[in-house]
Design a protein around this ligand. Structure first.
Ligand SMILES: [Ca+2]
Length: 357
């Protein structure tokens, strides 16, 4: 690649440039989709998952064979950073490709207090809106956290389908948010759905892929895993209707539940990839897995100092894995510094869409 091509790559997306440099056999246009008909995109984001929380980043406690397999068959980033050490700003930057401050989301949008009334303004251009210009089917299943009020709903920001929750976290079983409100949506309406949060997100994701297998799609799966409350599949709900409190995990129970929450998400990643393979979409689907900030003291940031909320690397240097057979050489490890908001131009480039002015 000559210098001019490299600069074009940077303009087209730093992660796209890394993918190209990482040995994509077919990438002759900086990761853009020229010559390929609009590849599918699957973006899976964990919540509060730390640098040391999964197998391919050194965890000896938590078993993540499916994410590890993506790293083995694709590319592992050792210096990927979430845009912020907390949730909402990271998501604002990911969605808009802009620094979160420019997108107006400088801090967490809390379930309680005045920020509950705020959200990502509709004037912001999201990757969903840009991919729609290339006729992608757009689905988001899981956590939004860019505004509680219906005016900020994902279907107002370019997504065709939304199932999940708008707050920072819900009870994995009762789907009640931190302020005591039911928080499980189908587009603009609250529509309850029974089940464990991670399993519901997985089910919706698989259903979306199956329904859109014959057209280009972009599936955004922002998981709750491994945010608190710490609840495994068989644990009781903590938040009950009417503001009542159930049993909360404490001490050793947190470590046990934490491991299970991550392992169930890994199982989810496996089921999504299995669906892509089963439908013969593997070579035309770009899959990216990352976290939205570092782990709390209940998890592991490996050798990095600091935790979620800190500007030490433990707060924002997080796992990231890219997988795309035929485009990304298996077993690649890159130390290229990259940032959550790089995903916007990368996805735009892959879709062959135009970057907004
Ligand atoms: Ca988070």
């Amino acid at each position: 690649m000559n210098r001019r091509e490299f600069i074009k790559c940077i303009a087209g997306g730093a992660v796209a440039a890394v993918l190209t440099n990482g040995g994509c056999s077919m990438a002759n246009s900086c990761g853009s989709s020229k010559g390929t008909d609009r590849p599918n995109i699957i973006l899976i984001m964990a919540d509060d998952l730390g640098y040391g929380d999964i197998g391919c980043y050194g965890s000896k406690i938590i078993s993540t064979p499916n994410i590890d397999a993506l790293a083995e068959g694709g590319m592992k980033f050792t210096d990927y950073h979430s845009n912020c050490p907390v949730c909402s700003p990271t998501r604002a930057a990911l969605l808009t490709g802009r620094y979160q401050q420019r997108a107006g989301i400088e801090g967490v949008i809390y379930a309680k207090g005045p920020t509950r009334q705020t959200g990502l303004t509709l004037e912001e251009i999201t990757f969903a809106e840009v991919l729609k210009t290339r006729s992608y089917a757009m689905g988001i299943f899981g956590k939004w956290h860019l505004g509680y009020n219906v005016e900020f709903n994902p279907v107002r920001q370019g997504f065709d389908e939304f199932r999940g929750y708008v707050s920072g976290n819900v009870d994995y079983h009762s789907h009640i948010d931190g302020a005591g409100f039911d928080d499980w949506w189908k587009n603009l309406e609250k529509v309850p759905e029974e089940g464990y949060c991670t399993d519901l997100i997985t089910k919706q994701g698989i259903d979306f892929i199956e329904r859109h297998k014959d057209e280009p799609f972009c599936l955004y799966l922002p998981h709750e895993s491994v945010h608190s409350p710490y609840q495994g599949r068989n644990d009781p709900p903590e938040r009950l209707p009417g503001g009542k409190k159930g049993k909360m995990a404490k001490g050793d129970e947190i470590a046990r539940a934490y491991k299970e929450i991550v392992e169930v998400m890994d199982e989810s990643v496996g089921r999504i990839v299995e669906t892509v393979k089963r439908l013969g979409l593997e070579r035309k689907t770009f899959i990216f897995f990352c976290s939205d900030n570092g782990a709390t003291k209940n998890g592991s940031n490996g050798a990095l100092a600091g935790y979620k909320g800190s500007l030490w690397e433990g707060g924002h240097r997080v796992p990231a894995v890219a997988y795309w057979p035929g485009r990304i050489k298996p077993g690649t490890v890159t130390s290229q510094t990259s940032l959550g908001m790089d995903m916007f131009p990368t996805m735009v480039s892959i879709a062959g869409a135009k970057m907004p002015a």
